[in-house]
Write a protein that binds this ligand. Sequence first.
Ligand SMILES: Nc1ncnc2c1ncn2[C@@H]1O[C@H](COP(=O)(O)OP(=O)(O)OP(=O)(O)O)[C@@H](O)[C@H]1O
Length: 375
Amino acid sequence: MVDRRLARPDDRRHGDLRERARQRAAGPLERRRRRDRQGGGPVTAALEIDDLWVEAGDPDDPLVLVRGVSLTVAAASVVGLVGESGSGKTVTCMASLGLAGRGVRITGGSVRAQGIELVGADERTLMRVRGGVVGTVFQDPLSSLNPLQRIGDQIAEAVMLHHGGRRRSHHARVVELLAKVGVPAPEQRARAYPHELSGGLRQRVAIAMALANDPALLVADEPTTALDVTVQAQVLDVIRSATRDEARSALIVTHDLGLVAEVADRVAVMYAGQIVEEGPVASVFQDPQHPYTRGLLASRPVLAAGRRRLGAMVGRPPLPGSWPAGCAFAPRCPVATGACGEAPPIRTSDQGWSRCWHPGSGETTATSRAEEGAA
Ligand SMILES: Nc1ncnc2c1ncn2[C@@H]1O[C@H](COP(=O)(O)OP(=O)(O)OP(=O)(O)O)[C@@H](O)[C@H]1O
């Protein structure tokens, strides 16, 4: 049974009305996405990460940070990427968008955003994709805002980067974006500097900037973590309407499984630089296959019960460079056996898969990684 925090609200009652409203409001890009989703045209995944390997440090003695991550964010769908601190979520996203820090490099694999290959792409292509095809939102909104420039001018410049024109010619779009993300009195707020806004408003502004060019994909790294709880819920609403209501795809990195349950269609669970389970949110949360996923779900705070409960997961995740051979989770796993010293097989179940020797109940089809040709 999934608790209330993880339950998805039933919004079917208002579905027809909403759909009509969406169609009225839809611009050409939205209409194209909607048509693609309904099978009326070609369907290109918003993001396809295929066997991504990322390293840092001395190339002769590299520190592997991400090993063979494959992840697809389908058109108009939202994927949550979860896992404990240090599992490689941020490195995966940043490296995928060509934003990995100095000394961090992709050593294998492919990343396509709306079909455009990003691995090995020149800076011009990456610039065209970032902000155009992909909008990014980070935990700290100040990292994407210039403290010395009015927020309206910053959003206008984000539009100018991809559409040209002059700042003033984008004023109406700036006000529209600020209103869309729920900034009150958007005309006046457009003239404010970042330090004049609360943390929640700054994050709304950062989201408005990310949406400036109507990107097909939003990549958000811990978008609500730095905010207090009531503001988190408001920013979550903004993300929900920017994705579900506008048929936009998103990859959302978070520790917050409640957030994933609220906004995501699928969830990928990361541990020690690998994805260990992936599937539809409802089935992964109701019937997790990987013991690590079960541990994460058991460890989440239970706010409804009026207290925080920390579950049974023992120990800490291993650091890059000290990942155990075979299953990296084995030393912490309550069901580990001798078999776990070998690389676990990938087992598919209920539209998803897990990488485990002893997956949870449910029908499984075992295919070893070797059999799959290191899929
Ligand atoms: N440039 C780097 N050089 C060496 N190690 C790095 C570098 N960048 C990241 N790492 C390490 O890679 C691991 C994964 O980091 P990452 O930030 O992706 O984790 P995360 O899952 O996003 O965690 P969090 O939830 O805390 O953000 C961490 O152990 C981090 O210290």
